[in-house]
Design a protein around this ligand. Structure first.
Ligand SMILES: [Zn+2]
Length: 153
């Protein structure tokens, strides 16, 4: 039986389990249109806006690398790491439409030597860890041109 696919952090992204492309779930202020990720529920990040109404929206699936590093230490949640810990790359991605900067892991097999600020990446959903028959999922960033997870030769 295939493992059940569940998000490692609830409500932060869609998993693509329904066949649709996965996406980060952010909020859009109904007063001024400011986007936020993770979704905002109480106050607007725009200091000139007093709105407290937000709608949940799917954010851009593509963006460009704003900064990157490799994580040689085990990062804090929600970046729950594989056991034993395997270093991976972390990128800060500026989303194409919203211009928000969102952190995330880079798909396995990509090293910092292959990353450049300004490179275009797209969102994928990948297994972060497997426990009790469940695959716990997280979003990752895949440089365009790199091999998608699960499609390695
Ligand atoms: Zn606002």
């Amino acid at each position: 039986m295939a493992p059940t696919r569940v998000p490692a952090v609830e409500g932060w992204f869609t998993t693509g389990n329904d066949g649709a492309a996965p996406a980060l779930l952010g909020s859009r202020c109904e007063g001024c249109g400011t986007f936020a990720f993770p979704a905002e529920a109480s106050y607007c990040r725009n200091p000139d806006c007093t709105s407290t109404s937000f709608e949940t929206v799917e954010l851009s699936r593509r963006g460009r690398i704003w900064s990157y590093t490799d994580a040689r230490y085990q990062p804090p949640p929600p970046y729950r790491a594989a056991d034993p810990y395997v270093p991976f790359c972390l990128v800060a991605v500026e989303l194409a439409a919203e211009k928000l900067v969102v952190m995330g892991q880079v798909v396995a097999g990509v090293t910092v030597d292959e990353l450049t600020v300004g490179d275009e990446v797209e969102l994928v959903v990948d297994t972060l860890y497997t426990e009790d028959g469940c695959d716990y999922l997280v979003w990752k960033w895949r440089p365009l041109g790199a091999t998608a997870p699960g499609q390695e030769a």
